[in-house]
Design a binder for this molecule. Structure first.
Ligand code: T5A
Length: 212
């Protein structure tokens, strides 16, 4: 049984996950809480190599959807065993930028791959360890696109059309309605400061409800 506390951030492209993970980890640090920040795909040497392929593969043959799913799962299997489980066992807080809900949303709902198989694969990759708290930063596909235009760069998945990104958003909202205890939605449309305050409030409430 792992200790620690496992928080994941999910949401559409440019929803502000990296920005808010940085702010939350600073909040933990300021409050003397040992915290490990990591991301998917990535977080390990193997995972970062996989990240390059899934985000930027531009060879003449496209990445098949099934290959994409297995690459995310491979990155996660390594990440759990090398980083996340050891950190939780060491009683740290772990904040991870994207996790299994992204696979359900992107490869399941948006790509249309078999949801039961994705469930099995996620359990296999994670050794059955779910996040204690998941924060979905919610942004409409239009708002997400506007932020991406400002940033002026698009990777392989970001370049999918608006209907793909609408399906991803709907999927996250559905996941939150199915697991309200674990998954909290926070609108990312407000100012960075107001979204951060909402995140801190949500995290404090969630931690306070953990049985001692
Ligand atoms: N994926 C991932 C799958 O398909 N399946 C999986 O199983 C997994 C794990 C990962 C890609 O892989 C896919 C999903 C993704 O397509 P990524 O680079 O991690 O790639 O992609 P994102 O997670 O989308 O990361 P981004 O860096 O694009 O977005 P963030 O981290 O959500 O946003 P952030 O913090 O970089 O902010 C983006 C911009 O918005 C501004 C920031 O200043 C920045 O310019 N911003 C705000 N502006 C106004 N108001 C606010 N409240 C703002 N907050 C941030």
């Amino acid at each position: 049984m792992t200790q620690g506390y496992f928080i994941t951030f999910e949401g559409s492209e440019c929803a502000g996950k990296s920005t808010h993970i940085k702010l939350l980890s600073k909040y933990f640090l300021d409050n003397g809480i040992n915290c490990v920040v990591t991301r998917e795909p990535g977080g390990t040497e193997i995972g970062e190599e996989i990240r390059q392929i899934v985000k930027h593969h531009a060879g003449k043959n496209p990445v098949a959807d099934e290959t994409e799913l297995l690459l995310f799962a491979a990155s996660r299997a390594q990440h759990m065993r090398e980083v996340i489980i050891p950190a939780l066992d060491g009683d740290a807080y772990v904040i991870c930028d994207r996790f299994t809900d992204s696979t359900v949303a992107y490869q399941g709902y948006a790509r249309g791959l078999d949801m039961n198989f994705i469930g099995t694969l996620n359990r296999f990759a994670t050794i059955g360890r779910s996040p204690d708290l998941t924060i979905i930063l919610d942004l409409t596909p239009e708002e997400s696109l506007a932020r991406r235009i400002t940033r002026n760069e698009n990777d392989r998945i970001e370049a999918e059309d608006i209907s793909f990104h609408s399906k991803v958003r709907e999927a996250f909202l559905r996941i939150a309605s199915e697991e309200p205890q674990r998954v909290k939605i926070i609108s990312s449309a407000g100012s960075i400061g107001s979204v951060h305050n909402e995140i801190v409030k949500t995290v404090k409430n969630a931690i306070a409800s953990v049985p001692k």
